[in-house]
Design a protein around this ligand. Structure first.
Ligand SMILES: [Fe+2]
Length: 194
């Protein structure tokens, strides 16, 4: 039986408490969810990317965005926020905004826009839909990430295997989601290092 988005999220959320800077427990508990970045080499900060023209402040506290696009392909995106020494950062702000299944951003309201704070283990997740392509860009999510008391990282995450990645002027392979297909949609993981 293939996994579902929920089963992968449950596996992600049921990992043992992380021994700070020691990711071996994580790797043993969930070998199918490897870390997507090295954060302990002193050079692993997540790259910044431009916000683009569609950012709106004051989004709602909401991690379940899919009701705003009921016809979209479901995806759960999840991960940690770490510092560069691999210490998880609880209470970090994570904000997402992205295009809908037709490649449109909601400029009037807050459909497919929301924020949350990482839990005590530095984890975040959103249940949303796969953004469609729009002219001039490869497929992407927009994010802002802010550790408590820190500055705001603005960036974008990308989809592996996307034909438009190679020709996109903003794309960077270090910002690829670690993607898995499940029985009811996609599950993508990315760990921010700020
Ligand atoms: Fe965009």
């Amino acid at each position: 039986m293939s996994p579902t988005r929920r089963s992968l999220l449950t596996a992600f959320l049921s990992l043992p408490l992380i021994d700070a800077a020691n990711m071996s427990a994580f790797a043993q508990a969930a070998p199918e969810l490897p870390l997507t970045q090295a954060c302990d080499d002193g050079d692993g900060l997540t790259l910044e990317r431009e916000a683009g023209p569609f950012f709106k402040p004051n989004t709602p506290l909401n991690r379940d965005l899919y009701p705003g696009s009921p016809d979209g392909e479901r995806i759960t995106v999840a991960g940690f926020v770490f510092d560069r020494r691999c210490h998880p950062l609880p209470g970090s702000l994570i904000e997402i905004w992205h295009a809908d299944e037709n490649g449109e951003y909601d400029r009037e309201g807050f459909r497919l826009r929301g924020h949350q704070f990482t839990d005590v283990q530095g984890r975040w997740w959103f249940n949303t839909v796969v953004p469609a392509l729009y002219p001039g860009r490869t497929r992407h999510f927009h994010f802002k990430v802010q550790r408590p008391g820190g500055s705001v990282l603005t960036t974008q995450l990308y989809f592996p295997g996307e034909p438009g990645n190679a020709g996109d002027r903003i794309f960077h392979e270090s910002l690829l989601l670690d993607m898995k297909e499940t029985g009811d949609g996609l599950f993508g993981q990315f760990d921010f290092v700020v």
